[in-house]
Design a protein around this ligand. Structure first.
Ligand code: SAH
Length: 218
């Protein structure tokens, strides 16, 4: 294990506890989610030069104009995703650095994650393997198309925003499944879609700010 993974002062129990308290104050109440945030090494998913900020409740740059989501956003989306029951099979759009994938892998049955920027996808794979999370299935592709050969999914979580929800993602949601995604242009709302048969119920929740859901691969 390298020094970054073994952890240094910034990864101390006290620093992580402060983040958990902050998430509680911000309304996160699912104890399983809080425990996974406490035990997932966020510093391991970002550049060493930023590692001292790893347990602050802020988004941080991960290169290629992308960011690792703010811990509150990861916690809130995960809490919403597992609220109806732990999903057996989850699709994530926007692997980025792989942090949210690691959180999902600790809570859900199997995790499939798609990223459109190849170097980010490759780096996420190395990090997840090093953390013993090789079971997370990763693909370099346009997440707007979902992952048809593995559908249906009991949960779908997108970490990038669009004004509309791609029809392909709704079609790949299992009966009884839930999709969580930021919807909007510059102003976005966390949006939850529940599928019952061919009926889709949509609710708009918190105001959020995500990187854009882009088309094609890079
Ligand atoms: N899940 C990450 C968040 C990364 S930011 C975390 O743990 O913090 C969102 C990511 O979505 C970026 O890496 C971006 O490249 C990716 N993305 C944007 N549009 C996409 C698309 N159509 N398909 C797949 N990934 C996409």
């Amino acid at each position: 294990m390298d020094t970054q993974l073994r952890g240094i002062g910034m990864t101390s129990a006290r620093t992580r506890e402060r983040l958990i308290n902050r998430l509680r104050e911000a309304g996160v109440s699912n104890e399983r989610v809080l425990e996974v945030i406490r035990t997932t090494p966020r510093h391991f998913f970002i550049d060493e030069a930023l590692a001292h900020q790893a347990y602050d409740d802020t988004a941080l740059p991960i290169g290629y104009g992308q960011t690792i989501s703010q811990p509150w956003v990861v916690a809130r989306m995960t809490e919403l995703l597992i609220e109806p029951g732990t999903p057996a099979k989850v699709l994530e759009i926007g692997t980025g650095c792989g942090y949210q994938s690691a959180v999902l892998a600790a809570l859900c049955g199997s995790v499939y994650s798609v990223e459109r920027i190849r170097p980010l996808q490759e780096q996420a794979r190395r990090r997840l393997v090093e953390l013993g999370l090789a079971k997370v299935r990763l693909k370099h592709a346009d997440g707007g198309l979902g992952w048809n050969s593995e559908a249906p999914f009991n949960g779908i979580l997108a970490a990038c925003a669009r004004p509309d929800i791609p029809a392909e993602l709704l079609a790949q949601l299992a009966d009884g499944g839930r999709l969580v995604m930021p919807v909007g242009d510059r102003l976005q709302k966390l949006t939850v879609v529940d599928r019952r048969g061919d009926e889709f119920t949509t609710r708009q929740l918190d105001a959020v700010r995500f990187v854009p859901f882009q088309r094609g691969i890079q």
